[in-house]
Design a protein around this ligand. Sequence first.
Ligand code: ATP
Ligand code: MG
Length: 352
Amino acid sequence: MAKIELRGVAKRWGEVTAVEPTGLTIGDGEFVAILGPSGCGKSTTLFMLAGIYTPSDGDILFDGQRVNDVEARDRNVGIVFQSYALYPNMTVRDNILFPLRFKNVDKAAAARRAEDAARLVQVHELMDRRPGQLSGGQQQRVALARALIKEPQLLLLDEPLSNLDASLRLTMRSEIRALQRKLGVTTLLVTHDQIEATTMADRVICMSRGRIEQVGTADDLYHRPNSIFVAGFIGSPPINLLSCGISAGTMEVGQAKLRATGGEGACVLGVRPESVILGDGPFRGRVGDLEPHGRETIYHLETPLGPVRALEAGAKSRFRVGDELSFALSSTLVFDARSTRRIDGAGAQTPA
Ligand SMILES: Nc1ncnc2c1ncn2[C@@H]1O[C@H](COP(=O)(O)OP(=O)(O)OP(=O)(O)O)[C@@H](O)[C@H]1O
Ligand SMILES: [Mg+2]
């Protein structure tokens, strides 16, 4: 296992900057996830850690040792790719054994390790099959066994679950998490799925356009997002973002005046759907649409502020499409409209 550090690590291809200079430390045995939209530089970061790409700038350290010039196969890193990248003409056994082919491991010991790795992910009864004779979930497990056979000091997972159906993804999520705890291997998961990131990892690194926007726990990202980007990326249904102006402690949101606890000038008010309280308050709207989800209802309100999403818990929906209603905002986040950063300590209370 290893402690991993990125110091000012960047990657450019000519004019394209995939990763801006980035600093990051992953603790020994920690499980972190990189979360962000397509093209934000997640895989590029992972490939630099793996030794597949060389950084354009900065240093990568494993346990304090600079590894920039250490080749991929000498870094002792296990990788699972989105596509699994299994060799179709080899048996499961030979696929799992593959990373040991240039290592000085005697045949009997290697076979034992393959058996152990296969047992760990429960494919030990499929050793003589070829990848084409396996289900997607089984192939995924073989890829995981192959990544683990070297007893890597760092496990890298690039969208490992995206080819699986929803129920298998759920199972594999908790299996990978349990396996990681059991082995204590330092792990980096790359995903664009916020649920995957927040349920599996100890800490989530939220990336946008080659830059780390925020590093934190699921709770940090949801309740204390640094920026409009993070607030909008985390949470489903997504946060409501309403324009407002703050002047001398009063926040104007449409016709309503709320008491502001900070901030000045043009701002953006972030309101999670569960913080839109239906039935009473200074705002008015009409139910344009609603989605009953059994345990909760999501309302799409048409309001003078624009569309507002509200989430109400409970098995029965209290309102119907076409109903006119009033609502209040309970807990809010305030962002500076220009910098898009959250204004610390700001918040709104109804009414002014
Ligand atoms: N070999 C390359 N040459 C030039 N540009 C590249 C290369 N590889 C990646 N890029 C660019 O770098 C940026 C980041 O790519 P990267 O693959 O890291 O994104 P990602 O976050 O993994 O996205 P996805 O979720 O779609 O996999 C993208 O704009 C991409 O087009
Ligand atoms: Mg990628």
